[in-house]
Design a protein around this ligand. Structure first.
Ligand SMILES: NC(=O)c1ccc[n+]([C@@H]2O[C@H](COP(=O)([O-])OP(=O)(O)OC[C@H]3O[C@@H](n4cnc5c(N)ncnc54)[C@H](OP(=O)(O)O)[C@@H]3O)[C@@H](O)[C@H]2O)c1
Length: 336
């Protein structure tokens, strides 16, 4: 095979506060030769995810930090274009945690195959991938929703939140979403059938807006955001409420962690349960969740929505856009 030029994106600078494009650097190199057991893939879709912000900081976290000048890694769906591994053929689609590279030479064991008959292959990074699994386990295992209960979701129009709200509807709950634009509010109410949605950027009286949207109080809060949005939701808790702490994106770029209200009295007096989780805590059960999510997708009960930027070099912009609320549904980059 003729020598192929590969573009890769390195982690160039640790962000202080909001990341910008100077944190990334595109370099060109050659694609290494395949060894036995390896496959060469062309990246078709690359995922940008908020947790990657944590990997850019030197603070201790649950995922290993990125080293400066190393290739950034994240979720990638790729097409096999050459194989020296028995289990893979040219044209197969795979998903795994790989480099931000146009091409990757990898061991077959580092990826799993994606069945393109079930859904578009990009969903392996969204509703049928890590965000879908996060929604499934964080909501069902920690939120423990019951029919008729009220569920509030922050970052509701994003990759995880939009799936949580749709599962809430499947389970017969009242779904109330909080999101950052009128377009997102319309999407939640009209496309995803949420019962209510609130644009937090337009609501100075967020607590009152939540109270109005949740006349029977809040039984489950799926927290993607933290900060002042969560402070406002927690004021509306019902007795025995469950709070599933999935993410705290409002704080990821904070240079100093703000002190919020002391919430323990609320938790105590409402005998509420608040639990953080990492999706990988449930890795033994991924297959059953993918099965359930695929079925709901085929039945039209879970819709897929993606925001896609085209062009490998758009990865930094797509990533930064997560912190500006530019995406609806799962943010991806399509590599040409
Ligand atoms: N625990 C786990 O295992 C796990 C796994 C995956 C994801 N997560 C977490 O789940 C959350 C959602 O992830 P995702 O992949 O679905 O991302 P996403 O919701 O698709 O994208 C991020 C969204 O967060 C909102 N946002 C950004 N900055 C904000 C701020 N300062 N205040 C309030 N909202 C803000 C924006 O929507 P608006 O326009 O609505 O502001 C943005 O579109 C993140 O916190 C992520 O870290 C956790």
């Amino acid at each position: 095979m003729a020598e192929m030029i590969n573009r890769q994106i390195l982690f160039a600078k640790r962000p202080e506060g909001m990341p910008d494009e100077s944190c990334f650097k595109i370099v060109k190199g050659q694609v290494p030769k395949l060894q036995s057991g390896q496959i060469l893939i062309h990246s078709e879709y690359i995922s940008v995810d908020p947790y990657m912000r944590g990997r850019m900081s030197q603070r201790k976290s649950y995922s290993a930090g990125y080293e400066l000048n190393e290739v950034i890694t994240g979720g990638v769906v790729g097409r096999v274009i050459e194989s020296r591994a028995d289990a893979f053929r040219n044209g197969d689609y795979v998903v795994g945690t790989l480099g931000w590279s146009e091409y990757s030479v990898i061991d077959g064991k580092d990826v799993r195959k994606v069945d393109k008959e079930i859904a578009p292959v990009s969903t392996a990074l969204g509703i049928l991938g890590m965000p879908g699994l996060t929604a499934y386990f964080g909501f069902l295992e920690i939120g423990k929703p019951k029919e008729g209960e009220t569920v509030v979701i922050s970052a509701a129009a994003g990759a995880v939140g939009s799936v949580v709200g749709q599962i809430a509807k499947i389970k017969g709950c009242r779904a109330v979403g909080i999101a950052g634009s009128d377009e997102k509010v319309d999407y939640l109410k009209n496309d995803l059938n949420f019962d209510e949605a609130i644009n937090y950027k337009k609501n100075n009286e967020l607590e009152m807006a939540i109270q109005k949207a949740c006349p029977n109080g809040v039984d489950v809060y799926f927290d993607n955001v933290g900060g002042q949005i969560s402070d406002a939701v927690l004021m509306q808790l019902n007795n025995n409420a469950r709070i599933s702490v999935c993410g705290q994106i409002a704080l990821y770029n904070a240079k100093e962690q703000p002190i919020g209200p002391r919430i323990q009295p609320l938790i105590l007096t409402h005998t509420a349960l608040m639990q953080g989780f990492l999706v990988r805590n449930f890795s033994d059960h991924y297959d059953e969740a993918i099965k359930a999510l695929s079925l709901w997708y085929r039945e039209g009960k879970i819709k897929n929505k993606e925001s896609v930027l085209t062009g490998f070099e758009k990865l930094p912009l797509a990533f930064i856009g997560l912190f500006k609320g530019e995406n609806i549904g799962k943010q991806l980059v399509k590599v040409e």
